[in-house]
Design a protein around this ligand. Structure first.
Ligand code: FAD
Length: 387
């Protein structure tokens, strides 16, 4: 979808990101939310600044940056515009597989910021249980035919490709991954998205009816998709979704501090910050935000040092951050009163945006189930659940 750009990620990408957020992304956030339009200009600018290729390997001209760097980017973007952050988050999640298994020219296009990808995992049939796709891949005359009803695909109409899950074609195993060009014949045309929050993320259903692909479009091995989803996509998705929730929390906490300090009760000649219960609620917001950052940093450290509890932290961090963001944005709605209820502070937008992470798969409840299983010595998946 994007014009050819030559983007190279230099050490000062943070400066470029700050500038983009201040000049382009933050100023358009309210309009993106209000109109529910995809933030094309933001994504294009992020591509040109090298942010879309940030975690691509330097071998193909990418930034070669780490998950920690990506988490910082998502946190900052989420503070400014949740919809933009979610589009970039899904692109980075898709990249975990593409970097390992996609053809070099696709990886180069991503590194240069001229190819946007996303995940097409969730399905109408198995819903948030992405580990049990119902969509099929069938061999037909040396080619492959995909049929499926994907229920949510972020940036569906704007992305250049989908990292697509299906049942295994012939091999054992629950899942196979595919690189599906978004303009493939047989894919439905995504329609508009009218959501409670993240109103510009363009997350719509996409169905595939006899979509034909070359056999080489398979990413990894037939039947090896679940392994790719759990070992490559999951850690990145979980960490980045936690960073996304953290960005929302930092933004509403900062806005709340400014509002409480600057708003006065004239008859008492005191600010809202000088009201004890308001102060306690604000302290709870700070505490939840700081606690979330500590868990996120610990998860990153666990992954970087291959600590034995790394996978447990990965499961925990998204659930904890999503629930904390719900609590923090709810408190902000309370202590900022009528001003938060109106759109002037941007708090009600963050309150709505924060609600997505709880139901994005793996959902909070699914994660709690996994955490319980992992810490009680039970298998992560029941055979009955996964079928
Ligand atoms: C803004 C947004 C963007 C998205 N983008 C993408 C995307 O790019 N790609 C993609 O593949 N998907 C995407 N999704 C889909 C997402 O990952 C989930 O699949 C979807 O939100 C689940 O909705 P559902 O109604 O199908 O949930 P359901 O599966 O019907 O779940 C409903 C409720 O039941 C609970 N529940 C279900 N099963 C269990 C269980 N075993 N244990 C405990 N609780 C359970 C859930 O926790 C949830 O609370 C997106 C979703 C949103 C909201």
């Amino acid at each position: 979808m994007f014009a050819t750009v030559s983007a190279s990620v230099s050490a000062d990408y943070r400066e470029a990101l700050d500038r983009l957020i201040t000049d382009v992304i933050a100023p358009s956030a309210q309009q993106v939310d209000q109109a529910g339009t995809f933030p094309t200009q933001n994504i294009q600018a992020l591509g040109e600044a090298g942010i879309l290729g940030l975690v691509s390997s330097t071998d193909v001209g990418g930034g070669g940056k780490t998950l920690r760097d990506a988490a910082e980017v998502i946190e900052q973007l989420a503070g400014a515009c949740g919809s933009t952050a979610m589009v970039v988050l899904m692109h980075y999640a898709a990249l975990t597989i593409l970097e390992q298994h996609a053809p070099r020219e696709i990886r180069q296009a991503i590194a240069q910021g001229r190819h946007l990808s996303t995940l097409a995992f969730s399905e109408a049939g198995s819903r948030s249980h992405f580990w049990a796709p119902q969509g099929t891949a069938t061999q037909v005359d040396g080619r492959v035919q995909l049929d499926a009803q994907k229920s949510w695909v972020t940036a569906a109409a704007e992305a250049d490709s989908y990292v697509w899950s299906s049942r295994a074609m012939g091999a054992d195993g629950r899942m196979t991954m595919w690189l599906v060009p978004s303009k493939s014949s047989g894919l439905s045309q995504p329609t508009g998205f009218d959501g409670l929050g993240l109103r510009g993320n363009g997350s719509t259903p996409v169905s595939a009816k006899s979509v034909e692909l070359a056999a080489a479009a398979m990413l990894g091995a037939d039947g090896g998709g679940l392994d790719l989803a759990l070992t490559l996509v999951l850690p990145t998705f979980q960490v980045l979704t936690a960073a996304f929730s953290l960005g929302l929390m930092e933004a509403v906490t900062a806005e709340t501090a400014t509002y409480l300090s600057g708003t006065r009760l004239a008859h008492l000649d005191r600010s809202l910050a000088q009201q004890p219960t308001v102060r306690l609620d604000f302290a709870r917001m700070r505490l939840e935000t700081d606690r979330t950052r500590a868990l996120l940093l610990d998860t990153l450290a666990a992954l970087e040092t291959e600590r034995s509890d790394a996978m447990l932290r990965v499961l925990e961090v998204k659930a904890a951050a999503a629930e904390a963001a719900l609590a923090v944005t709810d408190l902000a709605m309370k202590v900022c009163g009528g001003a938060a209820f109106r759109k002037e502070l941007g708090i009600e937008r963050r309150f709505r945006d924060a609600r997505a992470a709880r139901v994005m798969a793996p959902t909070t409840d699914a994660l709690l189930d996994f955490i319980g299983r992992a810490t009680l010595g039970l298998p992560l998946f029941d055979e009955a659940v996964a079928r």
